[in-house]
Write a protein that binds this ligand. Sequence first.
Ligand SMILES: Nc1ncnc2c1ncn2[C@@H]1O[C@H](COP(=O)(O)OP(=O)(O)OP(=O)(O)O)[C@@H](O)[C@H]1O
Ligand SMILES: [Mg+2]
Length: 499
Amino acid sequence: MTFAKSPTFDNSYARQSTQFFSPQAPTPVPTPNLIRANTALAEELGIDPQWLISPQGIATMAGNHIPDGAEPIATVYAGHQFGGWNPQLGDGRAVLLGELIAKNGIRYDWQLKGSGRTPYSRGGDGKSPLGPVLREYILCEAMAALDIPTTRALGAVTSGELVFRDQALPGAVFSRVAQSHIRVGTMQYFAARQDNEALLNLSNYLIDRHFSTAKQANNPIAAMLDEIIQRQATLIAQWQSVGFIHGVMNTDNMLLCGETVDYGPCAFMDSYDPATVFSSIDQNGRYAYGNQPAIGHWNLAQLAQALLPILDNSPDASEESAVAIAQEALNSFPERFLIAYQDIIKNKLGFAEFTEPDDALYQDLLSIMEQEKADFTLCFRRLAELSDEASCINNSVRELFEFSDAFTPWLQQWRQRLIEDEQTPAQRQAIMFKANPVFIPRNHLVQEAIAAAEQDNDLSFFNQLVDVLQTPHTFTQDKQRYAMPAAPSERVFQTFCGT
Ligand SMILES: Nc1ncnc2c1ncn2[C@@H]1O[C@H](COP(=O)(O)OP(=O)(O)OP(=O)(O)O)[C@@H](O)[C@H]1O
Ligand SMILES: [Mg+2]
């Protein structure tokens, strides 16, 4: 008989200066029960999937067992929240259990979220209700399937205890995996304390862990800033391209490794409207869909500001020279975003190249979509079908979405543009399908999964939804329900951050 083997940890962050974190064990919970385990991800991480679903694996995900080699810590950070500065934050309801080296050689954090109070909990209880845990699981795995850099779900468990918000809710603990959880706000924390040594140590740690190319540069920290800007520009372009609205782009929710994190009040846009906001706490629309690139830029400016004291490593460095380096890097963001975005848009529209007049064509499409309140996802998907209609006759979304007459002149222009394009219809459609997913985690489906779990203890819809979202580009008629926009009675207008 072979026994499932517990994972091997190697905790590089816990070996850094104790200024970066507080040792903190998770708080055990009464009766953990497995919600779902991501055995495919476990394999990639070198975790024995049998161990993950064993009583010991489940107890680990609940915070009731600390495997050998794990060194749980809560990390410190600060951040701008809705533009306002908060000098003291940190993992208030999470602990970093430890780090694993995956089969691809990359180091990953395994964090428990909702695992009890820490020194950074402020007034909070350190817990998470079941709903937000399910939401984070669904959303981050959907993003991974869309090939968008993201933190991942390794698993989730119910805790067997109630969490008190405006009502008593079942509690849960989420096992999150990230290339690291170091945030813009982590750097800001040390900058605000004028601790240049900590800033330097943290930067060197980041360069070693995530930015091997920057390490070779003459000025590795400036090169790191540049690479962070590039990753965020690409990431936000990807968000925009699928209608993802993060909802709480505070600087403490922006990871320096470039993965999407904190799926609190996030949502995917249904009908196209750049002013779309879902988050109940985003009263002024600061984090609306259309504002995300500008907010990303603003957050990166806060990062550059934090790095100023260590940004110029030349012998004649001065405040002015550091500002000049920061400014140059920051000024590149809009252009980098645009390049990344147009690179995706050309695929969404089916063009081999994005040429200058394509921008006006694309803007026209968005205007008609806005005016027609067209479903963002299905509109692009149907366009992909039209690029080679005969090929998808049996598995078409046309019963769910068809272009109204208002689109006719635009479609003519688009077809005209395709004549100049050298791709074959089959090539083009394959690329368009990949850029225009049919299944996104629609809000009403996410809510339905949460309601069934909360009210009837029924996880079947949650599990089906997670499964369907793993292949977001392949439509079959039997999955229609998952592709459909909400009926008027099902529409979700607000999401809550679920703290
Ligand atoms: N119930 C809670 N108890 C204690 N601290 C909390 C609680 N909810 C949120 N916090 C803390 O408040 C801050 C802002 O919360 P936010 O919703 O951005 O993060 P989060 O969803 O808890 O965590 P993450 O960003 O790691 O996904 C974080 O520092 C978080 O740890
Ligand atoms: Mg957060």
